[in-house]
Design a protein around this ligand. Sequence first.
Ligand code: AMP
Ligand code: ZN
Length: 660
Amino acid sequence: MDYPAYLELVKQLNQYAHEYYELDQPTINDFEYDQLYKRLLAVEKEHPDWVEHDSPSQRVGGSVSTSFTKITHEIPLYSLSNAFSAEDLRAFDRRVKAVNQSARYVGEYKYDGLSISLSYKEGQLQYGATRGNGLVGEDITANLLTISGIPKHLEDDSFTGIVRGECYMPKEAFQGLNQLREEEGKPTFANPRNAAAGSLRQLDSRVTKERKLAVYLYQLLIPGQSMDQEKQLEKLAELGFPVNPAYITTSSIEEFIDYTKEMTEKRHSLPYEIDGLVLKVNDGQTQAEMGFTGKAPKWAIAYKFPAEMKASLLRDVEWTVGRTGVVTPTAVFDPVRLAGTTVQRASLHNVDFIRQKDLHEGDTIILFKAGDIIPEVDRVDKDKRSSGAKKIAVPTHCPACEEALLHLEDEVALRCLNPNCPAQLVEGMTHFASVDAMNMMGVGPKLIQQLVERGLLKTLSDWYRLTEEDLLDLPHIKEKSARNILEAIAKSTNRPLNALLFGLGIRHVGKNVAKLLAQHFLSSEALFKAEKEDLAIVEGIGEVMANTIYQYFQQKEVRELFDDFEKFGLQLTMEEEKVATDSPVTGLTIVLTGKLKQWTRSDLKKQLEKLGAKITGSVSKKTDLLIVGEDPGSKLDKAKTLGIEVWTEENLRDRLEGRL
Ligand code: AMP
Ligand code: ZN
């Protein structure tokens, strides 16, 4: 590489970094970025005199957006150097062992989220910040406090220090969010990390709250003190933070290499995305001796899994109309095995996406899985394109009702605005009948399509007007299946209020929100009466959502719909969920200690509280019960001295399940 080419590479990488950190809209994937970055490092090593001051290698990562208050980190946040092969790992091991022959390692997951830093003083959260450029980050305290597992006050009010970890979006939440955004005609997030970043950097924390983010903490820093990595994890768990128990300790690099191989497949079955494994020297003393390069600790390295990319042949682009009228294109291609499953369809999201990728008929497309779960088209292999191939044609009219399609302002989506569009009706009716809604077993899309076409299903209450004759009139329906269908419909009248609310298909109202609504208002009547403010105070419901729900229940048609529902005997009220009064832990004052395997500490705490127990931080005479995980600390000794009952996690599980 010559000097101008080097300058070009710097410019290119800076552009990608800008897209990634500031726009949350990367245009290349991590693997490609890493490859380019590696090349940059190699060139700079060979020509140290070339190194530009704005080369990405001279920064710790990203730069700071201006909308949040800036926070200067008391201790900078570092990046990690990368390893892409077993050889890279062995070289790292040699550097470590040269310093400490008997060094031990902790191997952790590398979560594909973004790092956060929390500062506590005497048990009180001072601030929570993003990494930013490593030295200066953004104050996102209010947003972080919406995430379960980040307490404002610790039970241990003597703790002063910095806690760090990763904020991520679980695969399921990522998938749900993108689905919703697609339905609403908004651009989707490329991966869970961008989704998490976009959600954390919201100026309105109510939006963050609706995004189902999670955290794992993996670093604990007390100025002037060095602590072994494993001790840090233990102490974090003891303080009540979510710590992932899935880490390994070893002193053998070969064992770790085996682990990377094992996890390359197994990672696909985790509920969150990891893009690698982080290997850290355990011993704090050795860490201190090895120190840092300008950018990263020398005592840790990130092994990156190879990104799975597969080529396939584009066979067709299907355009379908969703429940909200958004028309989405889907690529249909020859089946390929990708990240653990066989795939043959991938959403193309919208017209812009098709143009950006410059998709042509019969193209060879390169696929990957976003968030390790959703098949996505990464790019087109243009060398394989046959000459004369046509660009993918964009429909001008609805594929279902033939009305002209519209591009609404500020939307990327194409929409059919015809309220009587059969495709939208079919989608809405299918949603109503689905398992988590009214659970009408044996009622499939084909049947629904026919019923909609014949005008038998126009509004949701029409389900309960269907007769045996209506069904027998349809092709291929015999008496027995007609009766089964009617039975399934009749049975659905017993579905609880939350299922009904979900089935309505109100914008933003997924399964969880429907449950929140039902449990808070306990009747549809109360929902009709609710003001916007009454809706917005419900835990987990933000202003945007409150507004949509309010608007929905203001409609005359909805009032009529519910009058019908009442007539047909649907469940329009539900009972309040009570705190248990008869569990083995009800009324007990409980302390948790040690590393838990079956629960995260905050989950267990919530669960026990629901059963009527009180959880406190330290053992005293008032404590009734101590629950111990692995490697319990001094709390166990104290409990023994005070003669307090002690249960292991297994004891607890057995008792809760009534086995003891
Ligand atoms: P990179 O972004 O590739 O420079 O990798 C460094 C980043 O990995 C850190 O800033 C963290 O956000 C992230 N990371 C994810 N999991 C871990 C972990 N277990 N330990 C340390 N860093 C992690
Ligand atoms: Zn239409």
